[in-house]
Design a binder for this molecule. Structure first.
Ligand code: PBG
Length: 339
């Protein structure tokens, strides 16, 4: 062996660090990017005017009345956020066991949709299709005497809810209820009402997760739900194959987009979903994930902006086309600053 070969053998044959040396070099080999186009901003809507209530378990998040939502919608437009997702806080007096306020055409959500689309025709609006904000028991569906959620009876109400939202002009209906067959029924009803442009974003792989806690506080369903859980319709977090079967069903029934929820602990599901179906795939960074990061940042234990951007980019790397996140405004502002 020559002395030169001998010397070379003492060094790594490959030096991946070479490409990480300068910022320009790191940028030119970057595989994934996050832009404002990938963000969906969820908001909590109150009845009335001039009302704003902080959600204690979600620092930075407020429930607001429609008049105070307009400037937020304007900011979404200015920043280029494509879609805002509306979640209602329904007055306790309007909650019933059958959740019929869900399809009141003059209810909180249909009214907000009409007013927002009038003022912001180029901002996408998405609404949740599920009964939990409207039921006195806090479940997403209708119960029988044994407190079991009735699938087909619930689906019939969800169809009415989706049609009411679509007739109010919503761009995307997002069934988050996990009843069997509801995507097909909603698509059929949309078609028969000539609502052919209404997109369906199906919460296909929605897990029975403890990370929804702060959301249930925010919409006020936690107290109604009590100690009950949603395990007969939301999925067992031990399962991955089952998520792919749920997604396959929703796509075959007419979903335009599919969703995985929660986000950070389920990146494997996002990746598998994207690879199995090559379909527009979204992920929900839910309230509990937001609360964790915010709380740690407030304590000075994590760098807020850094972990926010890292968590969002991780969704892109996993294969998501977009992210529903309470960080959407913060992230969009930061992306604009950095341009
Ligand atoms: C209800 C719904 C939930 C969320 C969105 N829609 C909660 C639940 O299933 O109990 C949770 C979102 C979040 O935690 O941010 N259909």
């Amino acid at each position: 062996m020559t002395s030169q070969a001998n010397t070379l053998l003492n060094f790594p044959a490959h030096r991946p660090r070479r490409m990480r040396r300068e910022d320009w070099s790191r940028r030119m080999m970057q595989e994934n990017v996050l832009t404002v186009d990938h963000l969906i901003y969820p908001v909590f809507l109150l009845e009335g005017t001039q009302k704003s209530q902080a959600v204690a378990s979600m620092p930075g998040v407020h429930r607001v009345s429609l008049d105070l939502l307009f400037p937020i919608a304007q900011e979404c437009v200015s920043l280029g956020i494509p879609v805002m997702a509306l979640f209602p806080v329904i007055d306790t007096t309007l909650k019933t066991s059958d959740g019929k306020e869900a399809f009141n055409p003059n209810g909180l959500i249909p009214t907000a949709v009409r007013e927002l689309k009038k003022r912001f025709p180029h901002l996408g609006i998405m609404t949740d299709v599920a009964l939990d904000p409207y039921t006195s028991h806090g479940q997403d569906g209708i119960l029988n005497e044994q407190s079991h959620i009735l699938n087909d009876e619930t689906t019939a109400v969800l169809v009415q809810q989706a049609i009411t939202q679509a007739q109010a002009g919503v761009d995307i209906v997002a069934p988050s209820d996990m009843m069997d067959g509801r995507i097909g029924k909603i698509r059929e009803a949309l078609e028969s009402h000539q609502l052919i442009h209404t997109r369906i974003m199906a919460y296909s792989a929605k897990y029975a997760s403890a990370f929804y806690g702060p959301f249930r506080d925010a919409v006020g369903s936690a107290a109604h739900l009590g100690k009950a859980d949603k395990k007969t319709y939301q999925m067992d977090f031990a399962n991955g194959d089952e998520a792919l079967r749920e997604i396959a069903l929703d796509i075959s029934e007419g979903a335009d987009m599919i969703m995985v929820k929660p986000g950070m602990p389920y990146l494997d599901i996002v990746r598998r979903a994207k690879e199995a179906f090559n379909y527009p795939t979204y992920v929900y960074q839910v309230s509990g994930e937001y609360a964790m990061l915010k709380a740690a940042a407030q304590n000075g234990w994590l760098d807020h902006d850094a972990v926010m951007m890292e968590s969002l980019l991780a969704f892109k790397r996993a294969g998501a086309n977009g992210i529903l996140t309470y960080f959407a405004l913060d992230a969009a502002r930061l992306l604009k600053e950095r341009k």
